[in-house]
Design a protein around this ligand. Structure first.
Ligand code: FAD
Length: 495
């Protein structure tokens, strides 16, 4: 099997539903459950995109006579990278950039980890079991590619007490830990705080990067993958934002509630062939950097955020057009703010490709500097985007009779009094409903939190950037400047 269709995705989900819990009950079939069915069908639509004749070339590539999603292609040249970036943006546009964890994100992860599989060969396990970690990682990439799997992932430990290490908690298995090795695999127990898009085929549990090295901590160092319905695995979902409203009323929440889930591992057996790393704290801490997966994921992200910022620009300008506010200077200035953010993100995407180099595993890898800038910059400025929509739309973003209201007894009055300068009331209300879902609804609020944290804690990301960025040449330049003693040629001291 290669690139799948939406129907194949839905069939697979129906046959092997992830173990999701919502509002105290098991979701038997995520393709029909009211809280998940629209999202499942939106994902199906995303899979169908790759089969549209006019998009097939852009969204898939050929390997061994089969076509696969472009996000799983191994880039060998800068042109390849640019093609992947274009596919990311096309797919991001499908949700206006509001689907943070479309399968593309994890595809970038497994592609890079699969190519960098030799990294995992450095992990050695004492005792009877001599797993082929590198082979496992490589084969897992091929497995994901050949079945076009949808993956979720979970990195962080439960937020119980951040002042203490995982091993110092009231129970050593609050954080996800290794319980025992068995003939048929490794048993895992504990929990992980957050997995977005649990409506997925498998979960990839990659090493979390906050372990301090010592033998006691090694039980928390692991990398593995299991199906989302593996025995003992459960996903406790948060309150749904898809509350059954018409897409006209909740244009984003009714389609793209990707869900976030708390992940519980109740002695989950991971077969040896799906284990990629065990016990090695140092290798665990550096797995994303050591395989360059973080850069390929950040490259997907920068493209996604370009699409999302374009959606904010389009919505903002549509509001301005609708209410005829475009002649006011401060209104122009507010739209210009979005343009500046957009152009910065586009420039960082281009710079990431222009500065790309082939890494030690033969993969053309986007440049770190621009991507680090993008993933630190966007979380810091994102909150301004919904704020700008609120400032431009003002009362229009709250005074939005619903579709049912429009079709009810006050329909004629609504049509008259809530029309736009350039559009009918129906079109104006659809637009403002979109602006509301982008900036004010529970869906929009969750997006604001997501943008702050989805790539990690911004405080610690800044620290990491501070640590890795080579500042020395600039320090030396300043030192040289301060110590410069020569005078300009031909200029006498007392001139
Ligand atoms: C909507 C959403 C979706 C997400 N989706 C995913 C997902 O799909 N997969 C996934 O793995 N993760 C996901 N995350 C989790 C994300 O990776 C974390 O939110 C992020 O890494 C921060 O960790 P935390 O939430 O546990 O915050 P905490 O670490 O608990 O931090 C809470 C506060 O304490 C401060 N703090 C805590 N420890 C330190 C420290 N050592 N040094 C300095 N300050 C500290 C933080 O700065 C912050 O202000 C998601 C998060 C959100 C909000």
């Amino acid at each position: 099997m290669a690139a799948i269709t939406g129907q194949q995705f839905l069939d697979r989900l129906r046959q092997n539903p992830p173990t999701l819990y919502i509002d105290g009950a098991r979701v038997e079939d995520p393709t029909t459950h009211p809280a998940t069915r629209n999202m499942a069908h939106s994902l199906a639509g995303l899979y169908d995109l790759q089969h549209q004749p006019e998009l097939r070339e852009q969204l898939t590539y050929e390997e061994n006579g089969e076509r696969h999603p472009m996000s799983l292609m191994v880039p060998r040249t800068k042109e390849d990278l640019a093609r992947i970036g274009e596919a990311h943006r096309i797919r991001a546009n499908y949700s206006l950039g509001f689907l943070g964890r479309a399968p593309d994100y994890m595809n970038a992860n497994v592609m890079a980890a699969g190519m960098g599989a030799d990294y995992f060969a450095r992990c050695e396990v004492e005792g009877d079991h001599k797993p082929d970690f590198a082979g496992n990682m490589r084969r897992y990439y091929e497995y994901v590619r050949d079945h076009d799997l949808c993956l979720t992932h979970a990195l962080t430990n439960p937020q119980v007490n951040r002042a203490k290490m995982a091993s110092e908690m009231p129970d050593p298995y609050i954080a996800l830990g290794i319980v025992e090795e068995r003939e048929d695999g490794v048993v895992m127990r504990g929990a992980r705080m957050m997995a977005t898009l649990p409506i997925a085929d498998e979960i990839l549990v990659f090493p979390s990067t906050v372990l301090k090295e010592n033998a006691d901590k090694s039980r928390y160092a692991m990398g593995f993958a299991v199906p989302t319905n593996a025995p003992g695995l459960s996903f406790q979902c948060r309150e749904p934002f898809d509350v059954g409203r018409d897409p006209e009323d909740h244009p984003l929440g009714s389609r793209f509630d990707e869900q976030d889930a708390f992940v519980i591992f109740d002695d989950v057996l991971v077969p040896w062939e799906r284990v990629f790393l065990l016990y090695d704290v140092e290798l665990a801490n550096k797995a994303y950097a050591g395989t360059d997966a973080v850069l390929h994921m950040a490259y997907q992200v920068v493209n996604l955020k370009v699409a999302k910022t374009e959606a904010f620009l389009g919505t903002a300008q549509s509001i301005v057009n609708a209410i005829g506010s475009g002649q006011f200077q401060h209104v122009q200035s507010k739209v210009a703010e979005i343009i500046v953010m957009l152009e910065i993100m586009k420039a960082l995407e281009v710079a990431a490709v222009a500065g790309a180099t082939v890494n030690e595993y033969g993969v053309m890898t986007p440049a770190r500097g621009p991507l680090d800038a993008a993933r630190n910059y966007y979380p810091a400025v994102y909150a301004r985007l919904p704020e700008l929509l609120q400032l431009l739309g003002a009362s229009g973003i709250i005074m939005m009779p619903s579709k049912a209201d429009r079709e009810g007894p006050l329909g004629p009055q609504i049509s008259k009094y809530l029309q736009a300068g350039n559009a009918s009331a129906e079109d104006r209300l659809k637009l403002f409903r979109l602006a509301w879902d982008m900036s004010m609804s529970s869906f929009g609020g969750r997006q604001s939190l997501y943008e702050k944290f989805f790539f990690g804690d911004p405080v610690r990301m800044h620290s990491a950037l501070y640590e890795v960025y080579n500042k020395q040449p600039y320090v030396e330049r300043i030192g040289a400047f301060l110590n410069r003693s020569e005078k300009a040629e031909g200029v006498a001291a007392d001139d």
